[in-house]
Design a protein around this ligand. Structure first.
Ligand code: DX5
Ligand code: ZN
Length: 215
């Protein structure tokens, strides 16, 4: 099996020591950094915006995996592209024109991601399969770190792996993932995993990442 991409989410990091926390992610060997942007409208929480991402981008070579939990992300794409994002993932439920939003992300030479909430069926992504580089399955209700993994999301990952056929997008999964369920997540077909609290609560981040990567 291929090595799983580990994307630690700084949502559960210590924001007072963000620079040190980002360095810790880089030193752990994880290739991606997951950045949860929340607007208090699409989700009932507010996190951080482009300024924080821009400062992080100047300080690290990690692949910046930006998860936009915001209503109508189209209006904010320039701000996050300028901030140094490598991938912009938008929510299908948050866009009035999903295809246009994905095209606009690619037009900025960024990887385009499409995310679906737990209640959104896997097949709702079918019209957009040729426009995505990443499909992000939410395995918790978006809004907060530290929630319990929803096992039904594994069926969704399996279904999306079937839908992929000859395409080569990355299947990414977000919420409640750690050493206890990584094997099931990998077997279902996920290529990349977000790890928020499980990463930042780990006593040995390097060993944690190696374990999560499998292979
Ligand atoms: C939830 C966020 C997640 C979250 C992951 O809305 O999208 O990225 O921070 O944190 P854990 O791994 O703790 O569930
Ligand atoms: Zn996320």
């Amino acid at each position: 099996m291929r090595r799983t991409i580990v994307s630690p989410s700084i949502m559960t990091a210590d924001f007072l020591n963000l620079g040190q926390q980002v360095r810790m992610v880089a030193e752990s060997g994880a290739p991606w950094l997951h950045l949860d942007v929340m607007d208090g409208v699409f989700v009932p929480n507010i996190s951080f915006g482009p300024k924080v991402i821009s400062d992080i981008s100047k300080a690290t070579d990690l692949f910046l995996d930006v998860h936009l939990m915001v209503t109508e992300p189209l209006r904010l794409l320039d701000a996050f592209a300028d901030a140094g994002a490598d991938a912009l993932t938008v929510h299908l439920e948050a866009c009035s024109d999903v295809a246009a939003t994905l095209r606009e992300i690619r037009r900025r030479s960024l990887k385009a991601g499409l995310s679906i909430k737990p209640a959104t069926p896997a097949d709702s992504i079918v019209p957009y399969l040729d426009l995505v580089d990443i499909v992000l399955v939410m395995s918790v209700e978006p809004g907060f770190g530290g929630q319990s993994f929803m096992p039904a999301s594994l069926d969704k990952v399996r279904r999306i792996a079937q839908l992929r056929e000859a395409r080569d997008f990355i299947i990414h999964i977000d919420g409640g993932i750690g050493t206890k369920n990584i094997e099931a997540v990998r077997l279902a077909g996920a290529d990349a995993v977000v790890t928020g609290s499980s990463f930042f609560n780990s006593p040995d981040p390097k060993a944690f990442v190696r374990l999560m990567e499998g292979a």
